[in-house]
Design a binder for this molecule. Structure first.
Ligand SMILES: NC(=O)c1ccc[n+]([C@@H]2O[C@H](COP(=O)([O-])OP(=O)(O)OC[C@H]3O[C@@H](n4cnc5c(N)ncnc54)[C@H](OP(=O)(O)O)[C@@H]3O)[C@@H](O)[C@H]2O)c1
Length: 411
């Protein structure tokens, strides 16, 4: 039988086998797909560093790229402090941390509640962190959280009245680092402290930034513009923050050991990216699922997006020399804009941000105080009501007396 079959295949060919031309076309198609996928996967991190005992604070560490970074650093023994906007009692968060601990084999993973859309929440956390003597150990801060309003969705304001992208992507980081600055500067000189800022190539398309007040104007607002602007502002601030650190004269005379590093992860398949691609709609999600293979082909995974962060976190070269480097695809890159290093522009933005924070915090403090007063008033207002209830009870009891007397009389 097999001999017959082989002889027939040799002499007449296999009927169900495609022609040579079809096979060639298929091979080319597979090779092209393979090449695109290989290119879109991006570079892999090859750097390693001893992370045991190091304290890493991370925002946006519960989903997407941030979650992959947290897992990889936890696997290497780092103590992870997740800054999350959920309550520590949130069941999903508890589950997430349990899962992370199990996967990484590291129990030193905690969460602190910090809502980056609230200046008050950022201040509460940061002041609690620095209110410690001696200063708490802090080896790395990874600023990964961000928000991007999908196209077609309306402009969102935070509870404090600030444009959301500006607040979460830029101002919250400005506020957090400004308060944590003494804790960063107080780290012993032998410690290699790194502050990783997540950026995005969209910063190139941002309009120029003045004092930041333009980001809060309703006029000309567009989701992509707001996101790009917040990332450019973040980079300008990052540079200025490095200067601020470098200018500090340490009491021990040692040079500054904290360095800012900007990281562009490249386009990745994360919940944030999915929300943007689907425009936050159900029909968008349906289209996303239909074309998922295209998304898979063109975009990296979250793990792929985390590679440049891991490189910036662990490569030995970033622990030496000047800070303020930009990393993309696991290599150092140049900036595509000169205003990032413009000291005058950065100063204007810094001062504008400080003024804005001061104003909003003052207004919010007044609002909270008024609210408290109102609550106290309401509680006091309730008290006389209670008394009147008591009175009513007394009257009711009093009313019972004649009844009892009458009853007595009747007796
Ligand atoms: N994905 C990409 O293609 C891409 C490309 C270039 C740059 N980047 C940058 O890389 C970073 C990570 O991107 P990603 O796509 O992984 O982000 P993502 O999926 O959108 O996740 C954002 C993270 O930020 C957190 N977050 C949002 N608002 C917050 C708030 N008010 N307070 C506290 N946390 C808040 C989210 O927490 P919840 O999940 O709990 O809301 C989430 O963990 C971002 O800075 C992004 O701009 C991403």
């Amino acid at each position: 039988m097999p001999i017959h079959f082989l002889a027939e295949a040799v002499w007449t060919g296999i009927p169900w086998l495609p022609s040579g031309w079809t096979i060639l076309k298929l091979t080319i198609a597979v090779a092209v797909i393979g090449l695109i996928k290989w290119y879109s996967m991006g570079a892999s991190n090859t750097a390693e560093r001893q992370m045991h005992g190091k304290v890493v604070m991370i925002t946006g560490g519960t989903t997407g790229i941030g979650a992959s970074i947290a897992l990889r650093l936890a696997e290497r023994g780092a103590q992870i402090v997740l800054l999350v906007h959920q309550s520590p009692k949130d069941l999903f968060l508890i589950d997430f941390i349990d899962d992370l601990r199990e996967k990484s084999g590291n129990e030193l993973i905690y969460a602190e509640q910090v809502d980056l859309s609230s200046l008050y929440s950022v201040r509460q956390f940061a002041t609690r962190w620095i209110d410690n003597a001696p200063p708490r150990r802090l080896d790395m801060i990874i600023l990964c959280a961000a928000t991007l309003t999908p196209a077609g969705k309306p402009r969102t304001l935070t509870s404090e009245g600030l444009e959301e992208a500006w607040m979460v992507n830029y101002l919250a980081n400005f506020h957090l680092l400004s308060i944590l600055s003494p804790a960063i500067r107080a780290q012993p000189p032998d410690r290699d402290v790194r502050i990783l800022f997540a950026t995005c190539s969209s910063y190139i398309t941002s309009p120029p930034i003045e004092d930041g007040s333009e980001a809060l104007k309703k006029k000309d607002w567009a989701p992509a513009k707001a996101y790009a602007r917040s990332k450019l502002a973040l980079m300008m601030f990052g540079h200025a923050f490095q200067k601020h650190l470098d200018a500090y004269k340490r009491p021990d005379g040692a040079p500054m050991n904290a360095r800012v590093i900007f990281v562009d992860p490249g386009y990745s398949r994360t919940p944030g990216m999915r929300r943007w691609l689907t425009r936050g709609t159900l029909w968008g999600l349906a289209l996303y699922l239909v074309f998922w293979q295209n998304v898979w082909l063109i975009l990296k995974s979250s793990e792929g997006g985390a590679q440049s962060f891991l490189y910036a976190a662990m490569d030995v070269t970033f622990g030496r020399g000047a800070g303020g480097k930009l990393v993309k695809e696991c290599q150092e890159m140049d900036y595509a804009r000169v205003d990032i290093k413009d000291e005058k522009a950065a100063k204007k933005l810094w001062e504008g941000s400080e003024k804005l924070i001061e104003r909003v915090e003052r207004e919010e403090a007044v609002r909270r105080a008024l609210e408290k007063k109102e609550q106290e008033k309401a509680a006091k207002g309730k008290a006389p009501e209670d008394k009147s209830n008591e009175k009513a009870e007394v009257t009711a009891k009093g009313a019972e007396k004649p009844k009892s007397r009458r009853q007595k009389k009747a007796k």
